[in-house]
Design a binder for this molecule. Structure first.
Ligand SMILES: [Zn+2]
Length: 272
């Protein structure tokens, strides 16, 4: 093991506290100042993410859907899997954002969001938090005003902005419900795929699997996941036709709109 020389600037750039560079090489802030810095940039992050980052999954999926119409059967399968991956990623982002908002008094939203990775436990937690709450409870959990409360709770908004905020909260609730209407089965399936998204092994047929995917039809593309517990290969078939993929793109649209309205409602109601 080599010993790194301690840099002369091994102090927090914000408050001057000594920073343990052996553990965090190159770190320039102490943990407390880092959190404060992240809290300070949360509103800027959210505004930019709402306009650009949160739309990225939808942009890729819609582009693939357009390509699906004209491409060869083999390429269609690649595009279909890419669309499905965008769906998984958009749900990862929505769940991460939702849970980051609920935790925003304990940790900066940007930090919670970047650290978030969907797994069986937090996916179920997210789906339950939406499905088991009434509309009033759901809006309260996010500390947003109900549409009827907007005028009283947000005197800083004019009539037009009040109306937009009430509409955003209304659609947010509808879209959160729609995005999680598959319940726990949906949550678990998502958490299974999220680890594979982008790096999954895909195959255009599964005859070579020695019977592991006998239900796979010729129009489907297969995503292969190693299942060490069952000592087998789990095969998820996906039908690469335009209609089925159109529904997946709709689901991405729902998740994207929910994320966007959640951020809009938070920024507007808190005068940020
Ligand atoms: Zn500091």
């Amino acid at each position: 093991m080599t010993t790194q020389p301690v840099p002369s600037d091994a102090f927090c750039s914000d408050c001057g506290t000594a920073v343990d560079v052996h553990e965090h090489e190159g770190e320039s802030r102490c943990p407390a100042c880092f959190d404060r810095y992240l809290f300070d940039i949360d509103a800027g992050f959210l505004e930019n993410y709402r306009k650009f980052g949160c739309r990225s999954r939808l942009v890729v999926a819609e582009t693939c859907l357009r390509g699906l119409v004209t491409d060869t059967p083999e390429h269609r399968k690649v595009l279909a899997m890419t669309i499905f991956e965008q769906y998984v990623l958009s749900m990862n982002d929505l769940a991460g954002l939702f849970l980051a908002f609920r935790n925003r008094n304990e940790a900066p939203i940007l930090k919670s969001f970047l650290e978030f990775r969907l797994n069986a436990s937090n996916a179920t937690g997210f789906f339950d938090a939406v499905q088991m709450a009434t509309d009033v409870e759901l809006v309260a959990a996010l500390d947003l005003p109900l549409p009827v409360e907007v005028t009283a709770r947000c005197p800083h908004l004019d009539a037009k902005d009040s109306y937009s905020l009430a509409l955003a909260v209304y659609h947010l609730v509808q879209d959160l419900r729609k995005a999680t209407d598959k319940g726990n089965v949906g949550a678990l399936a998502l958490s299974q795929f999220v680890g594979q998204a982008g790096g999954a092994l895909i195959a255009d047929d599964a005859k070579w699997l020695n019977g592991a995917a006998s239900k796979l039809t010729p129009d489907q593309v297969a995503m292969l996941v190693l299942d060490p517990k069952r000592r087998g290969i789990y095969v998820q078939g996906l039908t690469a036709d335009e209609g089925a993929m159109g529904q997946v793109v709709d689901a991405i649209d729902t998740a994207t709109r929910a994320a966007s309205n959640l951020i809009y409602a938070y920024l507007q109601s808190n005068h940020l």
